[in-house]
Design a protein around this ligand. Sequence first.
Ligand code: PLP
Length: 383
Amino acid sequence: MHPFTKTRALLDKHKPGKPPVALTIGEPQNQPPAFLAQVIAEHDQEFNRYPPNQGSDELLEAQIAWLERRYGLVGLDLKPQRDLLASAGSREGMTMAIRAAVARKLAQGVAKPVILTPNPFYHTYVGASMSAGAEVVVVNAEADSNFLPRYEAVPDAIWQRAAAVILCSPSNPQGSVASAGYQKTLVDQARQQDCWAIFDDCYADIYRSTPPPGVLAQLDGNFSNVLVLHSLSKRSSAAGLRCGFITGDARAIDDVAAIMKFTGAAISAPLQAGAAALLRDDVHVEANRARYNAAFQAAREALDCDIPEGGFFLWLPVRSAEEACLKLWIEEGIRTLPGDSVAWGEGGHNPGSQYLRLALVIEPNLLPSLLKRVADCLKDQLR
Ligand SMILES: Cc1ncc(COP(=O)(O)O)c(C=O)c1O
């Protein structure tokens, strides 16, 4: 079940105790920079045209320049059409990558391909895998492994059927960052089993102080079996623009592009121009980071809790996700996501059942008093 549906089923039977405030959705509440609207307006003559499926040259060049700046990927000779593919957000990128990975394994004669996903997960990993006819194998990512999935513990028999293994760094919901070594080991494992390692890096630019490493910088220019997804939704607070991209293994990109050509959304040309302008600018991204850092500073002060290395979610340890979520809603009107709604339970253990997810996306000035209310309301619940 979709996490928001599950949360609605839990909360909507009850009236909020105070005027409602939502900390549920991971959607930036500030605006993208004003030049975005200007650039789109300058290209308004292009709405009549079908846009280039794979992305305009201008957009693909801007993606390359950003990759080079952000990760120091110089001298790799990235080529627009070969190495990059625009997607309508990383959700579309992930869905299409999973479809292509599953089709590839079926063609290799694997009757029931597997998608390995972290647990907790971003719901699209599971939804896209199931709709592609794959078996989903969830791998717990908990405090004892710095909230990174223990893929090394997956049995060989499962790996042999794996079409793809997914990693999100910084992760949703915990905000954990995978080290370069962890990423490289995962790629080695994926190559051994000839499956794809799909890196969901849509939070790559939302970090506290140290830029999270990117896997492409660890591979000496050999991107085989690796796909990386990026997005402007979080980086540029432009979730409604629906602009992201995929990069990595040229053969895999070709497979994904073939599916997108027939069934993809394609991003309209004026929006592609706007996306290119956003990618060329880092000033607004620094302002975004400062905003989230202020939000986490408020969380640290109000809740005396650990602060994640990246992302904008607080993964707050509580005794019972369901009880804490209900209490906050009924007494304070504060809506949060119970951790077990973004994870699967197995063998009686759900890795989210003792966490609440709070999206710290609202105006940071409002957070100190709001989070103080959370702390007071949950004083018997916080771990
Ligand atoms: C981990 C993760 N991946 C992908 C997405 C999809 O984002 P978009 O399609 O807007 O790039 C989200 C959105 O919340 C997310 O949290």
